[in-house]
Design a protein around this ligand. Structure first.
Ligand SMILES: CC(C)(COP(=O)(O)OP(=O)(O)OC[C@H]1O[C@@H](n2cnc3c(N)ncnc32)[C@H](O)[C@@H]1OP(=O)(O)O)[C@@H](O)C(=O)NCCC(=O)NCCS
Length: 329
């Protein structure tokens, strides 16, 4: 039984925060941000918007693109580091807003920027083992502006808000799976290098945690950079090998959009041409679990992929987590 991606959707809030805007907020410059990261602007939600609201728009667009009604969903997952609440899950909140049925399994995935790849493998497996499950909608949804320290120039220039959605179908046909290979990994020994220290059970919210700005993203940028390049390159090589493909047979490489220099380094180590690498970090910044789905949506809606094309997706994020998947479109 073949599982395929039959719909894509993405959504980013209208408000644009440019590098020039940031120049007025912290000691930085458009030139520094562009040359170090490739980012020119990012989208920022208003204060009444939650991750589930961003997810709702992306979900509707993915369902509409395939002509599938929310009532037909059997699986709904949201990957996020900025869920609406600690609990209940954002997927349950989205289920209600979207009008998905109570027979739909709803769960959140926490694998930071690798969340969509983790979600993809989980959903493909669930579609195969859950009786009568035909459609799964998987999302990455992030309101990163809610956990960014807007006084910390080393992190606040990097992130943006957005959501993306992929609609998967198991139609029970003899068509081969679209997922040719999927490599997932993690190394918790690096967990403190990219994290939000407070707000969980290890360090509950208190006056001290708020005053110490411990509810915001903390990151060791240079080390994360090095780990990201190594992990995405290694996972991509294994994913290509397992799919029986070489990099020149890949139409699009879609890396998690964290930083243009990270993407360039991964592409160069893989021996890929720069034209194979899809990049939109300049317009959105790092949108964590949403980024790969936004790229896929832009590729599909732009008519940039044809049936039979092979795509390599690869991601890296806090945890540390990483992954790579080869998809036959
Ligand atoms: C964050 C990152 C862009 C910083 O680039 P870098 O070249 O490593 O820069 P450094 O951290 O070495 O800082 C160099 C200098 O720039 C300064 N700097 C940091 N942020 C700055 C900013 N926004 N504007 C201007 N200067 C800045 C630093 O304070 C430092 O100054 P100093 O030399 O006087 O101490 C880079 O490390 C990176 O992209 N890391 C990966 C982050 C990431 O993608 N995380 C998410 C993974 S999913």
């Amino acid at each position: 039984m073949g599982v395929r991606i039959i719909g894509t959707g993405s959504y980013a809030p209208e408000k644009i925060l440019t590098n020039q805007d940031l120049e007025r907020m912290v000691e930085t410059s458009d030139e520094w941000i562009r040359t170090r990261t490739g980012i020119r602007e990012r989208r920022i939600s208003d204060k009444n918007t939650a991750a589930s609201d961003l997810a709702l728009e992306a979900a509707r667009r993915a369902l509409d693109s395939a002509g599938v009604d929310p009532s037909q969903l059997s699986i709904l997952s949201v990957a996020s580091v900025t869920p609406d609440h600690t609990f209940p899950s954002t997927s349950c909140i989205l289920q209600h807003k979207l009008g998905a049925p109570v027979t739909c399994a709803c769960y959140d995935v926490q694998a930071a920027c690798s969340g969509l790849l983790y979600s993809l493998q989980i959903a493909v497996s669930m579609l195969k083992c859950r009786k009568n499950a035909r459609y799964a909608l998987i999302l990455g949804a992030e309101k990163l502006s809610s956990i960014v320290d807007w006084t910390d120039r080393s992190t606040c220039v990097l992130f943006g808000d957005a959501a993306s959605a992929l609609l998967l179908e198991n139609d029970g046909s003899d068509e081969p799976d679209m997922l040719l290979s999927c490599i997932l990994g993690a190394d918790g020994s690096h967990s403190s290098k990219l994290c939000v220290p407070a707000g969980g059970s290890a360090m509950p919210a208190s006056r001290e945690t708020v005053e110490g700005r411990l509810h915001f993203i903390r990151m060791g940028g240079q080390e994360v950079f090095r780990l990201a390049v190594n992990a995405m390159t290694g996972a991509s090589r294994t994913a290509l090998q397992e799919a029986g493909l070489t990099v020149d047979q890949i139409r699009w490489i879609i890396p998690h959009q964290a930083n243009k220099r990270i993407m360039d380094a991964v592409a160069s180590r893989l021996g890929a041409q720069s034209e194979q690498v899809f990049v939109n970090v300049d317009r959105y910044g790092n949108t964590s679990s949403a980024s790969i789905g936004i790229c896929l949506d832009e590729i599909v809606r732009g008519g940039l992929v044809r049936k039979g094309d092979s795509l390599l997706l690869t991601a890296f994020g806090a945890g540390m987590t990483w992954g790579a998947a080869v998809i036959r479109w």
